[in-house]
Design a protein around this ligand. Sequence first.
Ligand code: ATP
Length: 233
Amino acid sequence: MLSVEGLRSRYGRIEVLHGVDLEVGSGEIVTVVGANGAGKTTLLRCISGVQPASGGAIIFRGEALKAIPAHRRVALGLSQSPEGRLIFTNLTVEENLRLGAYLFADERVERDMADAFAMFPILKEKRNLPAGGLSGGQQQMLAIGRALMARPACLLLDEPSMGLAPILVAQIFDVVKNLKSLGVTVLLVEQNAYAALRIADRGYVMETGRIGFSGTAEELIADPRIREAYLGI
Ligand code: ATP
């Protein structure tokens, strides 16, 4: 579904992605793990189109994305839940969700909203309240719900566990795992490598702008180098 080939990206004169290769098959949950600053967020931002690539290619459902701006990538089926959630704090929960569906003006929007509320019942309870009053975990749920309102074929999820208590991390990761049964393909970027690999089919380990290791999630969890460096085992 998604293929990243030799991707390079830079901030000014400093290159931070040095040729990244990665594949995400239809229906898979693929995770990119790695230390702070390895380039995981930059990779996702290049795929969604908010950060320019300086080399390489990104192919989504057979189409090269290079000349396609971010907003058109959403229409092609790519939607991102960004690092730091970036919800609109002055808008209500429901208004935030509706923004995710800005491409659509059909009756399915209401069904999608009902699905988001079924996935995250607390959002339904708080639907008319300003999103700024939600807890960190609830804001993360809202960011994921909003991204799903765009009806993505492939959801790009950046650090959903950031800053959350362990019980909420488990809850969020359960939801991500269940997206598979809804037919959503997921590319998940995480520093919480163990939690991410436990729900993923395959994983890539990013080390300073390059992929250091890749394999099935089981292979990576079993690899002594990964266990020591990334899983704290
Ligand atoms: P984190 O988990 O902290 O988000 P990451 O693996 O996602 O880390 P990136 O955020 O992609 O890594 O950062 C990769 C490198 O690019 C880092 O060295 C970072 O300092 C640098 N960088 C990120 N954003 C910018 C920016 N806007 N301007 C300049 N350098 C940046």
